[in-house]
Each structure stands twice: as structure tokens, then as C-alpha cells.
Design a protein around this ligand. Structure first.
Ligand code: IMP
Ligand code: MG
Length: 169
């Protein structure tokens, strides 16, 4: 499969993102919420790249069937361990495609009263967007390819690849 983003290129970009986030939250303590499972490698590396005290939590969602696809309604598979009231919440996602999942998730999390709410996504496919959704930090904007590796899967496989590759190519 064709390497789209090498592990080294990913790491270099994450260091830049971490510096930017540390500058934007200077003096603060961002609360990072990673979306399982795809965001795990990114969450780990990004958290280490942010030279500030941070706290981490995880949420897992799964899409409902096709019937509700246009709403992006998701089922909570694992909820957060900690509350969000008054926190500086930074949602950490692997990829924003149509934006439906993230849009739904942001509405859910916003209702829990964080003081601020931002999003960091390693990848974004802007040409696929069906709803406009706020993404404050984007690692790489990519074309409409299906990609796997560095956490991203196809049928739960390939998450352990170090590079991000174009599936099937
Ligand atoms: P959405 O279309 O923005 O709601 O994205 C839903 C989910 O689809 C993402 O969180 C990913 O788990 C998955 N996804 C979208 N594009 C890709 C891809 O290129 N590779 C692997 N998973 C993807
Ligand atoms: Mg995902």
C-alpha cells in the first residue's frame, strides 16, 4: 500500500501542533479527550508534545446503522470518566471526514459545560464534508482517499501500521 504520510512526517507535524497548542493554552491545563480507538496513537504523541500540564480522558462512540447516517447520531460505547464542567476541553480525533460524527460528539460534550471547547484532528478530508464543523488544529488536510495506519483501521485492521497509507493502493 502506498505511504501517504510517513511516521517521521507525522511526528514532525505533531511536534508543531503541540507547540501551537501549548502557546494557545499558555498557563492553562487543557483536558484532552481522545476518541477511541483511532485517535490513540495521535493522543499519546500529541499529549507528549504539549509542554503544559494536561489531563487525559477517552470516549468511544460507534455509528448507528445507515438509517441515521445523515444525522451522524452515534451510540456512546464508553463514556468519559470525568466531568467537563469549567474545563478547557480539547477533543482529539483521528480524522474528520463528513464531519457528522464530530458534530454530534461536540453537541454532546458542549452540553456538559466545558469552559472552552476546541478540536484537534490529525487528518481532515475537507472535500467530503457534509456538515461544517469546527476543527481548530488540523495535522494534514488530505484528498478523498481511504487511509489506514497510525490508529486508523479498515474493519479493525491496520491500526498498528506506523505510517499512514492509502488503503488498497
Ligand atoms: P465522519 O464521516 O466525519 O463522521 O467520520 C466518521 C469516522 O469514519 C471517522 O471517525 C473514522 O473512524 C472513519 N473514517 C473516515 N475516513 C476514514 C479513512 O480514510 N480511514 C479510516 N477511517 C475513516
Ligand atoms: Mg474515529
Amino acid at each position: 500500500m502506498k505511504v501517504l504520510l510517513s511516521f517521521d512526517a507525522i511526528q514532525a507535524r505533531i511536534l508543531e501542533m503541540g507547540r501551537q497548542i501549548a502557546a494557545d493554552y499558555a498557563g492553562g491545563e487543557p483536558h484532552l479527550v481522545g476518541v477511541l480507538k483511532g485517535a490513540c496513537p495521535f493522543m499519546t504523541d500529541l499529549a507528549q508534545a504539549i509542554e503544559l500540564p494536561v489531563t487525559l480522558d477517552y470516549i468511544a462512540v460507534s455509528s448507528y446503522g445507515k438509517a441515521t447516517k445523515s444525522t451522524g447520531e452515534v451510540k456512546l460505547v464508553k463514556d468519559l470518566d470525568q466531568g467537563l464542567e469549567g474545563r478547557d476541553l480539547l477533543v482529539v480525533e483521528d480524522i474528520v471526514d463528513t464531519g457528522l460524527t464530530l458534530n454530534y460528539l461536540l453537541n454532546l460534550l458542549r452540553a456538559r459545560g466545558p469552559r472552552t471547547l476546541k478540536v484537534a484532528a490529525l487528518l481532515s478530508k475537507p472535500s467530503r464534508r457534509l456538515v461544517s464543523v469546527q476543527v481548530d488544529y488540523v495535522g494534514f488536510a488530505i484528498e478523498d482517499h481511504f487511509v489506514v495506519g497510525y490508529g486508523l483501521d479498515y474493519n479493525e485492521k491496520f491500526r498498528n501500521l506506523k505510517d499512514i497509507v492509502v488503503y488498497g493502493v
